[in-house]
Design a binder for this molecule. Structure first.
Ligand code: PEP
Ligand code: MG
Length: 325
């Protein structure tokens, strides 16, 4: 079965009735990039840079980061790589960076909040990303955004970095697209306002589900309550897509929901054409895409958007996934 799937690596992801999807890879290292490329990833939709900062005893230098970002940009040349700025805190820690003890780490000092607080560290990363931007098709993305002010503050730091690079005569792509993760309910509710600030959205369903449902994504005791197909989650995703379309910016999905082939009808109905997922999921999602009739899938999704429970949604999406091959 696996060997058969691997034959699909070079096949385009198109539904039976001709709707194309772009399936990109989520990576956290060059090693994972190689796996993603082997499985036919069309670029990288999420480069989790925190892993460059982990398993070592000090912050990586600008040069060290630049080398990795450049290598990744070059390897996916022809397609795009979305580099996400540091997302530590919550479940991810650095041995050499003392995070405060917190009652609620997922509601605490995390991701963009740390970056904006530790401007030195943030600037080092942004500089490295900007320098790499001339070696491929690089986009930059900020995690855990919950307000317009945060986006503006992050973009202001980016402008400082650009000014410094210009002054030093170091090349960068002045038109590099800048986007944000939509993974906090507040961001969904103001998605129309955020869309005015950025070039694209990427929906991070792992955190979005956790925050919308108030269900800790790491807590096994309540894992049965972690429902990606909860009507509240589906509505949040729909709102985000509508805001993106209203502002004419791109929107993709990079959380684990994208790796669950049962979600396909939702993306087809919403008009989401780019999904980014762990490399291991690429071929099965492609296989499902090839065996799906988008017109049927959309009907299923329409029904889901009317359902009142996660149970109904899960049942119907699972049944459709089985039926369509
Ligand atoms: C997400 O939250 O859905 C996401 C893709 O980011 P991470 O899993 O790295 O928090
Ligand atoms: Mg996240």
């Amino acid at each position: 079965k696996r060997e058969q799937l691997e034959l699909l690596a070079t096949v385009e992801a198109v539904t039976k009735d001709g709707v194309s999807l772009r399936l990109a890879g989520n990576i956290s290292s060059v090693k994972e990039l190689n796996i993603a490329l082997k499985y036919g990833a069309e670029g990288v939709g999420l480069f989790r840079t925190e892993f460059l900062y982990m398993d070592r005893d000090s912050f990586p230098s600008e040069e060290e980061q630049f080398e990795v970002y450049k290598l990744v940009a070059e390897k996916v040349s022809g397609s795009t790589v979305v580099i996400r700025t540091l997302d530590i805190g919550g479940d991810k820690h650095l041995d050499y960076f003392q995070l405060p003890e917190e009652q609620n780490p997922f509601l605490g000092y995390r991701a963009i909040r740390i970056s904006l607080d530790r401007k030195d560290m943030f600037k080092t990363q942004l500089t490295a990303i900007m320098r790499a931007s001339v070696y491929g098709n690089v986009k930059m993305m900020f995690p855990m955004i919950s307000s317009v002010e945060e986006v503006q503050a992050a973009k202001a730091v980016l402008e400082e970095v650009k000014a410094e690079l210009t002054q030093k005569g170091i090349p960068f792509n002045p038109h590099m697209p800048v986007g944000i993760m939509i993974e906090v309910p507040a961001a969904v509710m103001i998605a129309d306002l955020l869309a005015e600030e950025v070039d694209f959205f990427s929906i991070g369903t792992n955190d979005l589900v956790q925050y919308v449902l108030a269900v800790d994504r790491m807590n096994e005791q309540i894992a049965h309550m972690y429902h990606p197909y909860h009507p509240a989650v589906l509505r949040m995703i729909r709102m985000t897509v509508e805001a993106a379309k209203g502002a004419d910016i791109d929107v993709s999905v990079c959380g684990e929901m994208a790796a669950d082939e049962r979600s396909l009808p939702l993306w087809l109905e919403l008009g989401i054409s780019e999904l980014s997922m762990s490399p291991q999921a690429l071929l099965k999602v492609k296989h499902r895409t090839l065996n799906t009739l988008a017109s049927d899938a959309r009907e299923v999704a329409k029904a889901c958007f009317k359902h009142r429970t996660s149970t109904e949604n899960e049942k119907q999406l699972s049944a459709f996934a089985c039926k369509s091959g």
